[in-house]
Design a protein. Structure first.
Lengths: 264, 264
């Protein structure tokens, strides 16, 4: 890793610490959620914790690297033409946060001219911190790796919840996969991708992701020897239809099914 | 609380400590799950962690109170005619445990001639410990209370997952409720009932629960001013169709819907 990138990664850890500090006082308290109404007729909650966590990260970035850009879920874009752009989701999994489940995460990615240099997923309550970058994928100090799973019948599939699949063709192919696996979990957001990188589960299949939902997770998954692509095999930096898989053989079984509903 | 009950409650905390110690080394490791095949064609996983946690609790009970009975999920019944019977679920939420989500729990109830004297829900990873008994409902040292929610349209509903509803009539009434709430979460097991007692959510609606799935939770919910009954308004010590609710007004709205599929 270059000295500059090391410096940026150390700074990203500061962002993770600061966001966790902003989030923790709100966890399992009586928060009000506001429906952002940015997902058609789907519920899209945001809370004071999301706002506080994004604000503190933006302030630190602006103070420390005023020439860097910011692409955040809650508070918009700044200077997107910059060489380096921080892509932030203060609370990915606001539903889980709202009900008191510690399986949401803060996502921090550093995007350099279209490529994610490194990503962090920080769980503010447990302190679990997943990092993916040029030196590998880690949970805390421990190097992590996906597990092998050659057959869909043995797989564990996770996704964020049924609300994700409101398009009939996407739901149909998702259900085709889901009915063949051992176990499907209907919750999890970014935590699912990290459990895949950790070798706990085999498959995540989602749609309509935003760039800030996925960019930090790309190096965590790939450096753990996982695969993450769009449903047509392309790059996922822009979000959309996403498949993550721990084993190439499983990926090859699932892709022909997803292809039926893949965007061009 | 009588001196005897205080002694038993102190002992129950030892059981919670010991079970957590048995569970922790297995969490987020590459465990094999066995399908117990005790739920028809539904997946019903058990792991070495469930077995180890139940075994250590049974050993402590047998050593300390050899005249007490035990009713455990994984290792059967002993001396059910005893005056005091310990009702144990070493890992409620084995699916969550399996995929690495720290939202499962160890359930410990002391049943005295049909009535639950106290219950503990212990989260082995976070250390969260919910206790309900004659002195109230607590998370750690903090007294807890359900929140008010007068209208179904404002409610958050949780349940363990779609696999629970394989009977058509039960699924239909569940869906009728679910389509009217703000947010439904499809995971959670015992953690949901504790989040209800903590005032984070409003409603849990489930079916086919076993006595060990619910007994420890009854005093936690009721002492937090919540309501927990069967779908026909009866006692839930035996499990079956269960509704838990944080606000009587909400309960009165939901019960007529559930009544359409309530067991006699």
């Amino acid at each position: 890793m270059t000295p500059k990138l090391s410096e940026y990664l150390a700074f990203a850890h500061r962002l993770a610490d600061a966001s966790a500090e902003a989030i923790r006082p709100h966890f399992q308290t009586h928060l009000t959620a506001t429906d952002k109404k940015d997902r058609g007729n789907q519920y899209s909650p945001v809370t004071a914790a999301d706002q506080a966590a994004e604000a503190v990260m933006r302030r630190l970035i602006n103070e420390t690297y005023p020439d860097h850009g910011i692409f955040g879920e809650e508070q918009g874009v700044e200077n997107l033409d910059a060489e380096y752009v921080w892509v932030l989701d203060p609370i990915d999994g606001t539903r889980s946060f709202l009900v008191g489940f510690p399986i949401f995460g803060t996502l921090i990615a550093l995007n350099h001219q279209g490529t994610v240099e490194f990503g962090i997923m920080n769980q503010a309550i447990s302190g679990e911190r997943f990092v993916g970058g040029p030196e590998g994928a880690f949970l805390g100090e421990r190097r992590i790796k996906t597990r092998s799973c050659a057959d869909l019948a043995d797989a564990i599939l996770c996704y964020s919840g049924p609300w994700l699949y409101h398009k009939e063709n996407e739901r149909r192919v998702f259900d085709q996969v889901a009915k063949r696996v051992t176990l499907t979990m209907h919750v999890g957001d970014c935590y699912n991708y990290c459990m895949l990188a950790l070798g706990m589960i085999d498959l995540v299949i989602e749609t309509e992701l935003n760039p800030w939902d996925i960019q930090a997770l790309i190096p965590i998954i790939e450096q753990a020897d996982g695969i993450v692509t769009t449903w047509n095999g392309g790059r996922v930096e822009d979000g959309g239809q996403v498949i993550a898989c721990g084993d190439r053989r499983l990926y090859d079984q699932v892709m022909p099914i997803l292809a039926q509903a893949a965007d061009a």
